[in-house]
Design a protein around this ligand. Structure first.
Ligand code: ATP
Length: 304
């Protein structure tokens, strides 16, 4: 699929989710409202200030669930932008071939996540800038973005899949300049109001491939030495286990049609042997989407 085709698919997935009216759980109703607000930020505020086909807007992507949700919604908006403007600008084809994207790599990225990011580059037609690792010293996020901006000075704003329930997310706004100790660009954060349950509901319904680490108990993915599966999802042998229940049966059983996936199965990317060996030391865990408590989302992220 080229960018035009995948943007159209993302638009159709989003629209189909918004059209769900049967068997609707409160989570789905809330997620539909969350999507509408994100689309409003993108279509009415962001696209009115920065041109989405000029390279002024870049997308920060690390293969995580939040930026993937934002990517699906953003590509859907890009398709709508194309439809709304093609006559005005006489476009006879989609005006962008690849989406400008930035990934700040760390030495310690899970190989399964790296492979997933590579597959996202193909599937979503990303023009991915991957920061270079410096073996002699650790480069901070701010420094890595500074290097990126020097290479791509056309970038004025960057989409970020941060949510208010993330650390330091509480006081953020959908559109804001970076802090003074950061390189200067505008942070675009149209997902701030999303809760963890909304992310799972939309992502599972979308039937888009998601990073396999989520299927083995991860709920948020950092570097290898600082992330484990979420302890709240550990499989127990006694009746304690029944405390956990799946809130997304409907989404999984009625997911958007995808010929590559068997009905009622979750579309997950393959884990590498290296990660399987690494993870076998932790024991067995329920999939990440069994957790909907925002307060516990980062319980598998070890602070150093
Ligand atoms: P998860 O919490 O499940 O790992 P996520 O990675 O999408 O999902 P966060 O870790 O909360 O979410 O990060 C918030 C956002 O910041 C991401 O969605 C992405 O837009 C941006 N981001 C974080 N780390 C990186 C990185 N290394 N490179 C590029 N963008 C990043």
């Amino acid at each position: 699929m080229n960018l035009e085709e995948i943007a159209r698919l993302c638009h159709d997935i989003t629209q189909s989710y918004l059209d769900i009216s049967e068997g609707v759980s409160p989570i789905i109703v809330e997620t539909q409202e969350a999507i509408k607000l994100s689309r409003k930020h993108i279509m009415e505020e962001i696209f009115n200030r920065w041109c989405p086909i000029s390279g002024e807007i870049s997308f920060s992507y690390n293969g995580g669930k939040d930026c993937q949700v934002l990517l699906l919604i953003y590509l859907g908006c890009l398709w709508k932008y194309y439809l709304d403007n093609k006559d005005k600008f006489n476009w006879d084809k989609f005006p962008l071939e690849r989406l400008p994207t930035v990934f700040i790599a760390s030495e310690e990225t899970f190989t399964s996540l790296e492979l997933f990011i590579n597959s996202s580059v193909e599937r979503y037609n990303l023009n991915l800038y991957k920061s270079q690792l410096d073996k002699t010293r650790k480069i901070s996020m701010a420094e890595a973005f500074d290097i990126f901006l020097k290479e791509y000075p056309i970038t004025k704003s960057i989409l970020i899949g941060v949510r208010r329930t993330d650390p330091f997310g509480e006081h953020l706004s959908p559109i804001q300049k970076t802090d003074l100790n950061w390189p200067s660009f505008v942070r675009l954060q149209p997902l701030l109001h999303w809760k963890l349950a909304h992310i799972w509901s939309f992502l599972l319904y979308s039937n888009e491939p998601i990073c396999g680490l989520y299927s083995v108990g991860f709920t948020s993915i950092g570097s290898i030495s600082q992330t484990t599966p979420n302890p709240s999802l550990k499989k127990l042998t006694n009746s304690e286990d029944s405390k956990l229940s799946l809130s997304f049966d409907w989404e999984i059983n009625n997911s958007y049609p995808n010929s590559m996936v068997k009905k009622s199965e979750v579309n997950i990317s393959k884990l590498t042997d290296e990660d399987i060996t690494l993870l076998s030391t932790f024991g067995e865990f329920h999939p990440g989407w069994y957790l909907i408590d925002d307060k516990l989302e980062r319980s598998g992220r070890i602070k150093k």
